[in-house]
Ligand binder design. Structure first.
Ligand code: SAH
Length: 394
């Protein structure tokens, strides 16, 4: 293990130590998969069988979303990259083993343009300066690229010339958005978006469907693995075309829309209003008439549905890292779906929620880990839970 790590620092990423983003930098990919398998087994093994993790063939440059924070060193040099772990010092990054390579190039070029456009980087301590972050999202299937310039003010001097110069270097850029973040906050994006060029969003394709993605909407960062994960999740749902399906924490509507092809009706709920707007547009764009989206807290929405004594046949749930909550889970049980498909990016909160469900009438049947985030310590899983007494679909 120590040998492994030493080797990586020599052969792998030179920034691994400072960055801290890749816990498994320098650990062989096979070993990484083994560790993640063990991790999921540790949390989920007592509830159901844990199938072998689905890894990647090419575990590099998989991230379709790249973020860089901008800063100026004492000697005046502009840097862009990541905060050194546990500090506010920015470590300059030219390229990263897990990020999209084109996005990294665009960020370097933006850094190079700042001087001639007299754009100052933002200083976190004093609050002076303009450019805080750059966020790039790329549709790997469509090739569309979105550049989000996060500024402390809505005014970017010579913005048209800046966009023109950037597009000259990278004609593949489809849209440039100015995001205003004027708060003292560690959040990257502010609330206001001003489109400087193009449509203000990009599109990507997943599982044969087209999805529009706005700057602040959640979209899985690893589309290659996401397709495998969604297909497995929908397979677990065992849809025949007759079911009423609920997609909780639905983001831009991805899982629900893949399921809608084989369901009678799908209802999606999501807290982020931009994501819901994207989801509604996405349903129209893909000509889906049997899916509806609601902008609400999933827990509160569930409680209301349970109070109305509504029923659903299948529940998909894909909450953030913190997992779900008791309001949601207790109401989910009242809606008594035959199957619950839980997609999770945190095995610990997954196990906690599965514990609740198994105590309240459900049985975990199977869990499959997916390596969505190679080289990092994170692991995604899909779990099938079946209502006790329901006819098993598998
Ligand atoms: N299923 C989607 C998104 C999963 S990420 C996909 O696969 O792309 C989790 C989503 O839950 C995010 O879009 C986030 O905005 C949303 N979310 C977080 N807390 C929520 C809550 N309390 N109620 C509803 N949605 C919530």
């Amino acid at each position: 293990m120590k040998e492994d790590r030493k080797k990586s620092q020599k052969d792998g990423c030179p920034l691994a130590k400072k960055c801290g983003g890749c816990e498994y930098q320098g650990v062989s990919y096979e070993k990484q998969l083994e560790k993640k398998q063990q991790e999921v087994k540790k949390w989920m093994g007592s509830y159901c069988k844990v199938l072998p993790i689905v890894g990647m063939e090419q575990p590099y440059h998989y991230r379709n979303k790249v973020h860089a924070v901008f800063d100026r060193l004492k000697n005046g040099t502009v840097v862009s990259g990541i905060y050194q772990e546990g500090t506010h010092n920015v470590v300059n990054v030219d390229s990263c083993l897990i990020e999209d390579e084109l996005s990294d190039e665009i960020i370097c070029d933006i850094r190079g343009m700042l001087k001639s456009f007299k754009i100052k980087t933002y200083d976190e301590d004093t609050g002076y300066g303009l450019l805080r972050h750059v966020l790039i999202r790329r549709g790997f299937t469509t090739g569309q690229v979105m550049v989000v310039l996060v500024l402390s003010s809505p005014i970017l001097p010579s913005k048209n010339n800046f966009v023109k110069a950037l597009r000259k270097l990278h004609p593949e850029i489809s849209t440039v958005v100015l995001n205003v973040n004027d708060k003292k906050t560690s959040m990257v994006l502010g609330e206001r978006n001003i489109t400087l060029y193009g449509k203000g969003y990009i599109e990507d394709e997943l599982c044969g469907l087209t999805f529009r993605i706005s700057p602040s909407s959640f979209y899985q960062v690893n589309p290659v693995q996401t397709e495998k994960l969604y297909e497995a999740a929908v397979h677990y749902a065992h849809l025949t075309g007759k079911e009423r399906v609920f997609d909780a924490y639905c983001g831009i509507g991805t899982i629900g829309m893949v399921a809608a092809k084989n369901a009678r009706e799908v209802i999606g709920v999501e807290l982020n209003k931009d994501a819901v707007r994207d989801a509604i547009t996405n349903a129209k764009r893909n000509n889906m008439k049997n899916i509806r989206f609601y902008n609400d807290d999933a827990g509160e929405f569930m409680v209301e549905m349970a109070a109305k004594k509504e029923k659903v046949d299948v529940l998909f749930m894909d909450p953030p890292r913190s997992g779900s909550n008791e309001a949601f889970l207790s109401s989910a049980v009242k809606l008594s779906p035959e199957r619950i498909v839980y997609v999770s990016c945190n095995p610990e909160t997954l196990a906690r929620d599965v514990k609740y469900l198994t105590k309240h009438g459900y049985e975990a049947k199977e869990c499959r880990p997916y390596d969505m985030f190679p080289f990092t310590g994170h692991v995604e899983s899909a779990v099938l839970l079946q209502r006790r007494g329901a006819t098993p679909a598998h």
